[in-house]
Design a binder for this molecule. Structure first.
Ligand code: FE2
Ligand code: FE2
Length: 177
């Protein structure tokens, strides 16, 4: 800790008492909370669409390699749903409303829901790899944008990002590229 770090504790104590209904969001929150909520709701929509895409592909996959590919899709699907839930929980903690209206999810999602032919496992793998690479690029941007302004949301996105990179790596292995 640097020598010039001085805490005005009595000011902080006064401030936090004034807006108790804002829960964990205090005067020291370093971002535009509404913008962070909106970005998180885009993450929620993206993760739900990824869950739907992986789930469909896992169910319909056909052909000689179906068992291995479907098992990987099922595992990824479970993790995408978990990402959606964690982002929605954070929206709620920040005082926002988790946007789960199914009619709006596709337009808010950064990735597409795709339906390749059931026996085209290669296309399924490529569609999912493309989606993973999109979310990796976007989550890296979100992490940089959040910076020190909201370390809790940044750590959440960082931990999701780590799993997306793992997903992309799994898909590259299955594609053999
Ligand atoms: Fe995800
Ligand atoms: Fe993923």
């Amino acid at each position: 800790m640097s020598d010039n770090f001085v805490l005005d504790v009595s000011r902080i104590r006064d401030q936090v008492r004034q807006k108790m209904n804002e829960g964990p969001v205090t005067e020291t929150y370093g971002h535009d909370v509404q913008r962070v909520i909106d970005v998180l709701n885009e993450v929620v929509a993206t993760e739900v669409v990824c869950w739907l895409r992986y789930t469909r592909h896992a169910i319909v996959a056909a052909g000689i390699d179906r068992a291995q590919v479907a098992a990987e899709f099922t595992e990824h699907a479970k993790e995408e749903m978990n990402h959606a839930l964690r982002a929605a929980e954070r929206v709620n903690q920040l005082g926002g409303a988790p946007a789960l209206d199914p009619s709006k999810l596709a337009e808010r999602s950064h990735t597409d829901y795709t339906t390749p032919p059931d026996d085209d496992l290669d296309q399924m793998l490529r569609d999912n790899l493309e989606a993973e690479r999109i979310v990796i690029a976007i989550y890296q941007e979100i992490v940089r944008w959040l910076g020190d302004g909201d370390p809790t949301t940044r750590r959440l996105i960082e931990s999701i990002l780590e799993e997306e990179e793992d997903h992309a790596d799994d898909l590259v292995d299955l594609l053999g590229i």
